[in-house]
Design a protein around this ligand. Structure first.
Ligand code: GLA
Length: 402
C-alpha cells in the first residue's frame, strides 16, 4: 500500500505521522428517550457495495475508546472531535470515520429497540450522526453479538441487555436509520456467556447489515481468538488480531509481533487490525509513537486515533528564513504555543530580531519563556529578539497570554 500524504503531528510533545492515501472509493438532560416506533432504514443513494468493496483501503479515523473510555463518552466529545478532525486537516489525509465505542447505550425499550443514554446523548444518536455527516465525515458505532458488551464485563457499565443477541436485524435496521457507516462488533465472551459461535454470529450481523441497503463497514473484534483471517474475508472488513492495546511500549511490541504470522491474510476489503493507535495517550515516548505509527502503516492496519485531537499539532519544525548568517525556525506546539529559534551561524555575536508574523506565529499577545536560560521574559505581541554568541541560539516558548 502506498503511503500518501504524510502529516507529522505532535501529541502533547509526542511525534506522530498521520496519513495514508485517502480511501480509494472514495449538557445534561436526564429523561430516558424512548423512540416511538421502529425506524425504517434509509437506503443510501450510493449503490450497495459488496463487503469486500467497502474498505478497499484500511479504514482511518477516530474511535472514542482509547481517548475517553467508558466514562467520558458524550455527544459533545464526539461532535467536538469531528470538528477537530476537520480543523486539524486530518480529514484531508483520509481520517474520515468518527466511531462511538462502547458505553453509549441507555437500554432497550419494551419492544427491544436500543436507545442511547439520555445524559450522554441528550438529543439521540441520529443527531450526532447527522452532525458528523454534515462535516463530510462518516459515523461509526459499537455493538456486541452476545447479550452484553465488554463495558458490562470490564468497565462496570451498569446497563444490561444491550448486546445484539436476538436483536440483530432490529439493531442493524436501527443503525442504518441513524446513518451508521461503520459497525464495530465486539465479541466480549459471547461464547462463554451466551454459547454462540463466532462465525455464525458475525455472518448473521453481516447479512442483516447488507439487508439494510446501506453501506456499512463491518469491523470484527474477536481479538484474533478464532483466527478470523482464515474465515472472515467476505464477512468482515477489518478483524482484530489481538487483545486490547495499551499505551505501553511492551504492548505495542507485542501487537507487532503478533502480526508476523498473519500479514499474508490482509488485502483490499479485509484487513488485519492490531487495534487502535495509542498515540497521544501518554505512555509512549515520541520515538516509540513514531515507530508505533510507522509499523501500523507498514502493516496496512486500520488507523484509528484514540486521543484528544485538539492536542495534536504539527510537530515538524521548519526553517522560516535564512539570511545574513541568521536562521529563524518555528515549531507549533500543543495548546496554541509556539517554539521559535533564532540561530546565529556567523563568527561573531549577533542580536537577532524577528516579528511574530515573519515567524508565522498568529497575531496575539504571548508570554515569552527563554527555553535555554529557563527564564521568563516580557510578553510580546510584536517581535522577539535575542543575542547569541557565534554559533549560538536563542529559543523561546511562546504561550498565549490569555
Ligand atoms: C473491548 C474492545 C475494546 C473496546 C472495549 C469496550 O475491550 O477490545 O476495543 O471496544 O471492549 O468495552
Amino acid at each position: 500500500m502506498a503511503v500518501g500524504s504524510v502529516l507529522l503531528l505532535v501529541a502533547v510533545g509526542a511525534v506522530v505521522w498521520v496519513g495514508f492515501a485517502p480511501p480509494a472509493q472514495s449538557q445534561h438532560v436526564v429523561a430516558v428517550k424512548t423512540p416511538s416506533a421502529t425506524p425504517t432504514p434509509t437506503p443510501t443513494s450510493t449503490p450497495l457495495l459488496s463487503r469486500e468493496q467497502l474498505a478497499l483501503t484500511p479504514p482511518m479515523g477516530w474511535n472514542s475508546w482509547n481517548d475517553v473510555g467508558c466514562t467520558g463518552l458524550t455527544a459533545q466529545v464526539v461532535e467536538q472531535t469531528a470538528d477537530d478532525i476537520v480543523a486539524e486537516g486530518l480529514q484531508k489525509v483520509g481520517y474520515d470515520y468518527v466511531v462511538v465505542d462502547d458505553c453509549w447505550q441507555g437500554g432497550r425499550t419494551a419492544s427491544g429497540e436500543l436507545y442511547p443514554d439520555a445524559t450522554r446523548f441528550p438529543n439521540g444518536m441520529k443527531v450526532v450522526a447527522d452532525y458528523v455527516h454534515s462535516l463530510g465525515l462518516k459515523f461509526g458505532i459499537y455493538a456486541a453479538p452476545g447479550s452484553e458488551t465488554c463495558g458490562n464485563y470490564f468497565s462496570q457499565y451498569p446497563i444490561q441487555g444491550i448486546g445484539s443477541l436476538g436483536h440483530e436485524k432490529q439493531d442493524a435496521d436501527l443503525f442504518a436509520s441513524w446513518g451508521v457507516d461503520y459497525l464495530k462488533y465486539d465479541w466480549c465472551r459471547a461464547d462463554i456467556n451466551d454459547h454462540i459461535t463466532e462465525q455464525a454470529a458475525y455472518q448473521t450481523m453481516e447479512q442483516d447489515l447488507q439487508a439494510t441497503g446501506r453501506n456499512i463497514v463491518f469491523s470484527m473484534s474477536d481479538y484474533g481468538v478464532q483466527s478470523p483471517w482464515l474465515w472472515a474475508p467476505g464477512i468482515a472488513n477489518p478483524w482484530r488480531t489481538t487483545h486490547d492495546i495499551h499505551p505501553l511500549w511492551s504492548s505495542v511490541l507485542q501487537h507487532i509481533d503478533l502480526q508476523v504470522p498473519v500479514t499474508q491474510y490482509a488485502g483490499p476489503g479485509h484487513w488485519n487490525d492490531p487495534d487502535m493507535l495509542e498515540i497521544g495517550d501518554g505512555g509512549l515516548t515520541p520515538t516509540e509513537e513514531t515507530t508505533h505509527f510507522a509499523m501500523w502503516c507498514m502493516l496496512a492496519a486500520p488507523l484509528f486515533l484514540g486521543t484528544n485531537i485538539e492536542n495534536l499539532t504539527p510537530a515538524e519544525p521548519h526553517q522560516v528564513s535564512s539570511g545574513g548568517g541568521i536562521e529563524l525556525w518555528m515549531r507549533p506546539l500543543t495548546k496554541g504555543r509556539y517554539a521559535v529559534a533564532l540561530f546565529n551561524t556567523t563568527s561573531a555575536t549577533q542580536t537577532m530580531t524577528s516579528s511574530l508574523s515573519a515567524l508565522g506565529v498568529p497575531a496575539g499577545t504571548y508570554k515569552v519563556r527563554d527555553a535555554v536560560d529557563r527564564a521568563n521574559d516580557a510578553p510580546t505581541s510584536g517581535a522577539v529578539s535575542g543575542t547569541a554568541a557565534s554559533h549560538g541560539i536563542v529559543v523561546y516558548e511562546l504561550t498565549p497570554a490569555s
